[in-house]
Ligand binder design. Structure first.
Ligand SMILES: *[C@@H]1O[C@H](CO)[C@@H](O)[C@H](O)[C@H]1NC(C)=O
Ligand SMILES: *[C@@H]1O[C@H](CO)[C@@H](O)[C@H](O)[C@H]1NC(C)=O
Length: 591
């Protein structure tokens, strides 16, 4: 009898224990403690190409909603070009410390981000995250070991190089003698599915799929590197679906009209990704970041009509128009939502900042240039408790350009493109106003993003709050006093008073000590710089010797005969099953 009771008790205990274990396991699956991290990058988007800074030419209701429900990153800084900007994001280091400080990787060049450096994807993967990259890479692909799935990403869907055509997914570098090459992959395999679908939609679909399939099973690290609004190939640089372009009939400039449609699809992407996170019940434990990798190229190489107004300069210049980028962050973990984050923050800060947010310990010997600003982002901060941020925007001893910021001070020595873009300031269009502007607040509040995020609001996003934030997010320039000619002189600005770089203090003796300090800091950074890793391309790397695709060309013998990939591109790679990756069987199907 007693024995039986005992047995029963033991049995009961076991059962309870097993339920406990199962529950615990389930709890673990349902509720990853580490927040999901979703970063959505625009490529070459201008500072004034979102409506939350006050522009009214075309609206970005989803991006604006993310910013208003979350925090506007008022002074987010990034290197002024793609490769250095993406290397800083993924390594937490200045481009001078990874050898990526000079220009970008053109597809035919046999170099990449050093495999010695640890990437954010590797860090988060090790911490148990599912790491996914959708879209652009641009950190090298000449060897397999440079490519995303060898640099910490479990999965990649997108392209390896600098840009592609929005429908045909192939690219011709703006250098003589190189041909059009196909550049679109799922992990290492060429991907030909859904050719002719607008690529912004493809990336959004893929991001949605990843989110829905993830369903909170693992903390998610998802980087969505959009092509938009980077220009495509020279023969057809600006591309958007016709029905999207029709929504912007009020814009007279036909190029700008297409650009507005490109941004509109990007804005839609932000809405759809946020809504997918909501559907997957992931929002309450997510951090969503949106930003542009660098300023827009308003004119010149890859110009897309983007506007960095009222900032000076553009992409690939040392000026604010190149390095101060549009950005916003949202997370319910951030207390100080619905406010502007005035603290300067650098894209290299994301790695340590997000690691802190996720409770991920970084290796002790990790030498980062980025600093964690998680507590600043999380909590309400006023100008009095700023962390003084020093940023080496660039130190390129090939082109002799220095752009360096510390506290309010900015130092520029030398410039790019022989100064061609130094006095470039675009304008804000006042006449071609988006008809939706009349109901701006309604548009923002009715956006997919706002609908998903509003239930986490502490305060209702009222018309007053929106208008106040929009007004505060506008950059107010002072008056032009003494412009700096960077071809002839060094420049020193006080960005607190002079965000538009209109008053060179270099000749004012009152700033002599500051100037000397800045020069000394630059010199000491110069000593710490790594040699640029750039290597020139060779014709045998050309797509015409590699079945009309951009491939891991250092690992693959070029064909003896040169294929005619045509200016209008390669044959699409019709089959994938036969010879494994990179095997293109039906070479005769031209499109
Ligand atoms: C990588 O690390 C090795 C060993 O520390 C070093 O010799 C080499 O120069 C490094 N390579 C790069 C590209 O930084
Ligand atoms: C500024 O540029 C000049 C000319 O290139 C150079 O001689 C000087 O060393 C530079 N100074 C700093 C601090 O970079």
């Amino acid at each position: 009898m007693l024995y039986g009771v005992r047995l029963k008790m033991i049995f009961c205990l076991l059962k309870i224990l097993s339920i406990f274990i199962v529950n615990n396991a389930e709890a673990k699956i349902k509720q990853p403690t580490s927040p999901h991290i979703i970063m959505i990058l625009a490529d070459d988007m201008g500072f004034d190409d979102v409506s939350f800074h006050g522009a009214k030419e075309f609206l970005t209701p989803n991006i604006d909603a993310l910013a208003y429900h979350g925090r506007i990153l008022d002074r987010l800084y990034a290197p002024s070009m793609c490769t250095p900007s993406r290397s800083a994001l993924l390594t937490g280091k200045y481009p001078i410390h990874t050898g990526t400080q000079h220009f970008v990787i053109s597809n035919e060049e046999p170099w990449g981000l050093s495999t010695n450096v640890t990437t954010a994807a590797e860090i988060f993967k090790k911490a148990g995250y599912a790491t996914n990259l959708v879209g652009k890479w641009h950190l090298g692909f000449a060897k397999t070991e440079y490519t995303p799935t060898y640099r910490g990403f479990d999965y990649h869907y997108g392209y390896w190089g600098g840009f592609i055509d929005y429908y045909q997914r192939r690219s011709k570098m703006p250098v003589p003698n190189y041909n059009m090459g196909y550049d679109f992959r799922r992990n290492l395999n060429l991907e030909c599915d859904k050719l002719d679908t607008y690529v912004t939609d493809l990336f959004t679909n893929e991001a949605e799929r990843i989110i829905i399939n993830n369903k909170n099973t693992k903390p998610l690290f998802l980087l969505v590197n959009h092509l938009a609004p980077h220009s495509g190939n020279e023969d057809n640089p600006l591309q958007a679906p016709a029905e999207e372009i029709r929504k912007f009939k009020h814009i007279k400039d036909p190029n700008r009209r297409i650009y507005a449609a490109m941004i509109s699809k990007l804005d839609e992407s932000v809405g759809r990704i946020t809504a997918a996170l909501e559907r997957a019940n992931m929002l309450e434990n997510s951090i969503i970041i949106f930003y542009s990798d660098n300023g827009a190229p308003s004119v010149g190489l890859f110009s897309n009509t983007g506007k960095n107004w009222p900032l000076r300069g553009q992409k690939n210049t040392p000026w604010e128009g190149g390095v101060r980028v549009t950005g916003a962050i949202w997370s319910p973990l951030i207390e100080a939502r619905a406010s502007i984050f005035k603290q300067p923050i650098y894209v290299g800060d994301w790695l340590p900042t997000l690691a802190e947010a996720a409770g991920v310990e970084l290796p002790k010997d990790f030498e980062l240039d980025g600093i964690s600003l998680w507590s600043e982002l999380k909590n309400d901060n006023t100008e009095t408790n700023y962390k003084e941020r020093e940023i080496v925007h660039n130190l390129d001893d090939i082109w002799n350009v220095v752009s360096y910021m510390r506290g309010p001070w900015k130092y520029i020595n030398g410039t790019t493109s022989n100064g061609a873009y130094d006095n470039l300031i675009t304008y804000r269009e006042e006449y071609d106003v988006d008809p939706r502007e009349l109901r701006y607040v309604v548009e923002v509040r009715n956006s997919a993003t706002s609908k998903a995020l509003r239930k986490y609001d502490k305060y209702r996003l009222t018309m007053y709050r929106i208008e106040q934030l929009r007004d505060k997010a506008a950059v107010k320039c002072g008056n032009l006093q003494r412009s700096c000619n960077a071809l002839l002189e060094e420049c020193l600005f006080n960005l607190n008073d002079d965000p538009c770089e209109q008053n060179n203090l270099v000749w004012d003796t009152a700033y002599k000590n500051i100037l000397n300090d800045m020069r000394e800091s630059v010199e000491s950074y110069r000593k710490s710089a790594t040699k640029p890793r750039n290597l020139p391309g060779q014709l045998e790397y050309d797509p015409s010797r590699h079945n009309c695709a951009w491939t891991n060309f250092l690992e693959e013998a070029p064909t003896n005969n040169t294929l005619d990939c045509g200016y209008h591109g390669p044959p699409c790679l019709e089959t994938t099953d036969v010879g494994g990756r990179n095997s293109i069987i039906h070479i005769n199907k031209f499109i």
